[in-house]
Design a protein around this ligand. Structure first.
Ligand code: THU
Length: 174
């Protein structure tokens, strides 16, 4: 609290504001057909998750610049940290299959066995960082489509918007 007050009181200090924008579709019917199709691939991928421990099934579908769709689903392990999120299984599979093809868009959704998700799922920080790398590699924005099982769908223009002030290769020694 003391820290917060000190932070807010320094009026003369220059500040930097980082903004993120998301387009909101109220439901699946509102989605343009190409986006709805990619989301359908992500929904199917979620059913193929290996989520033995969390029972939370996540699916991701990447639309490549050559029109191919590569999917991924979370893969869990008895040694919990060995598991991997759906987004990274999809991104690594896409890059390993088509190493020279940019990603156009990733759709991400999940199945919660307890009760249907009414809000879009949000990718974890590590997945954002991994997707950002491919965005940088190709200099090509990757659009992100986030959906729950029902309710609104968020559409983000670029992974960079989901990970402002990111660590990137430019910080590393040559
Ligand atoms: N998970 C994903 O696959 N993607 C996300 O965006 C968030 C979480 C997985 C990891 C783990 O298998 C389970 O969901 C619970 O965290």
């Amino acid at each position: 609290m003391l820290y917060l007050r000190r932070f807010l009181n320094v009026e003369s200090m220059k500040t930097i504001t980082l903004e993120t924008q998301m387009r909101v579709y109220e439901n699946r019917e509102e989605l343009p057909v190409e986006l709805r199709e990619l989301l359908r691939h992500a929904e199917e991928a979620a059913t193929r998750a290996y989520a033995k421990y969390s029972h939370f099934q996540v699916g991701a579908a990447i639309l490549m610049n050559n029109g191919k769709v590569v999917t991924g689903a979370n893969q869990e392990n008895a040694v919990y940290p060995c598991g991997l999120c759906a987004e990274r299984t999809a991104a690594f599979a896409a890059s390993a299959t088509y190493p020279e093809v940019p990603f156009n868009m990733i759709a991400i959704t999940a199945i919660n066995p307890d009760e249907p998700l009414k809000e879009p799922i949000s990718p974890c920080g590590s997945c954002r960082q991994v997707l950002f790398e491919y965005e940088q590699k190709f200099g090509h924005p990757i659009e992100v489509l986030l959906a729950g099982q029902e309710g609104p769908i968020y559409h983000i223009q670029s992974v960079a918007h989901l990970l402002p002030y990111t660590f990137h290769a430019g910080f590393l020694p040559r």
